[in-house]
Design a binder for this molecule. Structure first.
Ligand code: ZN
Length: 420
């Protein structure tokens, strides 16, 4: 075999933080893996050559470490491929939709079937995240660390860690006992914990238990009360958030449908508190707004003033480190050839947070092409699930009789969700 013969040769600017690359490269791909990366591959012969168009950048495929894609089993679950892949994501990690009772189903129905590489955090509650009415940690008999830890350890190709939600609503009167049990399961499986923060539990009580490498998700949620947010009432960083960061606790955005407030993110970044990971918390109820996808979520961090290469690192090397998969989030020779090609379009765009706050920008990250294991994905052929289809499948009626719709909720407040 000719060492310079590739299935696919990509040429153009490459942003690959794990290799400290920000410049023109030629990337040779063979057998689904990266075979060579160099400024020039002079004698390269390839079955197919793709050059980045003017303004285009190659990067490792984005990794989204917080999403919900267990469609058809949990009401939160989005059908993974269309929103993930068109948003540039080649690895999606479901953040705790499966409890141990439905983990094998996640393998059969999702992991083995999606084009996007689908991994998961295993929920500490055997119930998992069934639907928004089930508070999965209210009954502690569902939280069995040994069972969860053993399932995680035996499925380490699929399970990257243990998930727990530490909001008052999910845990009832149990304080941080669910987190303690999640940490026990994580010790058994040798994995990190991802802990969702929300209102009703003091942030310091959660953070003091987190170990280096454990992950806080929803770091800019801004819906907590006094002592429950990363940025406190006076606009300062919560001391516990500074201390935890210094110990190596990972800060993840987990934007979601209710967990991203502009004022939190803006003030944190002003104070130099840049998250380690940008994830979407994409689910069935936010992919038609305000979240949409990873590309738009990353655009928000470009708008917040981070340079492009730093933004892309927060969706590649940062998440790969957080889930301890060093072969992902980089195009190092030997790694899977998961690649995203994108450009920054000059395009007037409204960027919504999850509390009705908006910012205007004229720069937007647009994804042009995606490869998984060296195979191009036909993005235009992906069938996106409509809001009406999702409503039929995932209908939840509130006490007001309304179904969950971000668009309808904004309109009810007299705000036009489509105004630019
Ligand atoms: Zn979530």
């Amino acid at each position: 075999m000719n060492a310079n013969h590739f299935d696919l040769l990509l040429k153009g600017p490459l942003l690959d933080d794990a290799q400290h690359i920000n410049g023109y490269r030629e990337i040779g791909i063979r057998g689904g893996r990266v075979a060579a990366v160099a400024e020039r591959l002079p004698d390269a012969v390839a079955d197919r050559v793709v050059a980045a168009p003017e303004g285009g950048f190659f990067s490792p495929g984005f990794i989204d470490i917080h999403a919900h894609v267990y469609a058809g089993v949990t009401s939160w679950g989005a059908v993974a491929d269309p929103p993930c892949l068109t948003g540039g994501v080649t690895t999606v990690v479901d953040a705790g939709s499966p409890g141990w009772t439905m983990l094998q189903g996640f393998r059969w129905l999702i992991h083995e079937r999606t084009r996007v590489r689908a991994l998961c955090f295993l929920h500490i509650s055997g119930v998992g995240l069934v639907n928004a009415w089930v508070n999965e940690c209210e009954d502690l008999s569902h939280l069995h660390p040994l069972t969860v830890g053993e399932h995680a350890a035996e499925n380490s190709d699929l399970v990257v860690g243990i998930k727990v939600r530490q909001g008052r609503q999910q845990v009832g009167d149990h304080g941080t006992e669910p987190l303690r049990r999640a940490l026990e399961a994580a010790e058994i499986s040798g994995t990190p914990v991802m802990c969702h923060i929300a209102q009703g539990i003091p942030l310091a009580r959660v953070l003091e238990q987190m170990r280096a490498g454990d992950i806080i998700t929803h770091c800019f949620q801004g819906r907590g009360g006094i002592g429950e947010n990363v940025i406190d009432e006076t606009g300062s960083l919560h001391p516990a958030a500074v201390e935890a960061r210094a110990r190596g606790v990972v800060m993840d955005v987990g934007h979601g449908g209710g967990s991203f407030r502009w004022e939190q993110a803006e003030r944190a970044l002003e104070l130099g508190y840049v998250p380690d990971v940008v994830s979407t918390d994409l689910h069935a109820y936010n992919l038609h707004g305000p979240l949409y996808d990873m590309a738009l979520t990353l655009t928000k961090f470009l708008h917040l003033g981070l340079p492009l290469d730093r933004v892309i690192a927060l969706a590649t090397s940062g998440p790969a480190r957080a889930i301890r998969r060093p072969e992902l989030g980089t195009l190092k020779p030997g790694s899977p050839a998961d690649v995203t090609l994108f450009h920054v379009a000059s395009e007037a765009t409204v960027l919504w947070d999850t509390h009705g706050g908006r910012r205007a920008t004229d720069r937007r990250i647009r994804v042009d092409a995606v490869w998984r294991d060296g195979i191009a994905v036909d993005l235009a052929a992906l069938l996106h699930e409509s809001e009406a289809d999702i409503t039929r499948r995932c209908r939840l009626r509130g006490p007001d009789g309304l179904t969950h719709s971000w668009r309808a909720a904004l309109k009810a407040r007299g705000i036009d969700p489509d105004a630019v």
